[in-house]
Design a protein around this ligand. Sequence first.
Ligand code: IPM
Ligand code: MG
Length: 336
Amino acid sequence: MKKKYTIGIIPGDGIGRDAIGAARIVLDAVNAAADFKMDFKPMDTGELALEKYGDPFPRETREGIAQTDAVLFGAAGNPHTVKVLMGFRLGFNLYANVRPIKSLPGSGAIREKADLIIVRENSEGLYRGVGYIDEDYYVNLRVFTRKGMERILRFCFELGRREGRKQVTFTHKAHVLTYTDEPMRQMFYEMAKEYPDIEANDMTIDACAMQIVMHPERFDIIFAENANGDILSDVGAGVVGGMGFAYSGNIGDSMGVFEPIHGTAPKYAGKNVINPIAAIMAAKMMFDYLGEKETGTKIEKAIIAVLMEGKVRTYDLKGRSSTTDVARAIAEKMSQ
Ligand code: IPM
Ligand code: MG
């Protein structure tokens, strides 16, 4: 009997639909060839969910996600972005936002040797939504809990072990944010003692941003607080070829939602022109998460082969191919 997975497919809004439609071509190719079987469970968020159910992140979708082994998600657009993303991230306790920054051969990345992983804390920090407005006083608080910090730091070290990485870098602004970052830094080094096989070091967030641009090869795993990680991962994306190559996994203890980092880009939506590689790499990451590393590797190799050939490329790579052309080319390489 073949192993079976239920995979949630949620295109969301804008180019999320183009991207996930393309990724689906690759998923179908996997389904035809792999020694496991996927059942796809399509669901809606955003505009379509609002039309159907009167809510951009409806109960139907929430309950549907709970029945899956993992989800491939496209994008959430305004005005529903926060509601949808937080529906996933907070609703399913996906506290780790794992964002690989890896340059693929043939992508034209400005740094060819980048191969690091940003672990962005996904539930607390500056984006926790705690604050107030009082007359002319505007406050958003940076909130951490010991529980939240310890679980994400442990996640970083465990990820390091799993991936055979040498070091974890803790980013912060400890000398300025003395109530939050300094005690968090101490927690980090405390936990590091349990992982003597992994080097622990720290860097201020601004210095880290510069180092990612200049010497990304120096990093393995970078921990960043929610807002810092948001910014840092776009810096990283810039180093490896832009949003067409930036993908992520929102991971909790029992669920993973995988998505390209790009937004809905309404200008390009439905035109079948955007680069689907970020979404297809998100699918690759999903297979790794499910323990299907062979399939993950196969997808990545096929992407690299298509990039190296240079014939089928979207506009961001100075080509004229369509989104689905690229996905078909990748699927075809996988069958060779
Ligand atoms: C991201 C995005 C989102 C975030 C926005 C759209 C809320 O920038 O996934 O990086 O900050 O998490
Ligand atoms: Mg962002």
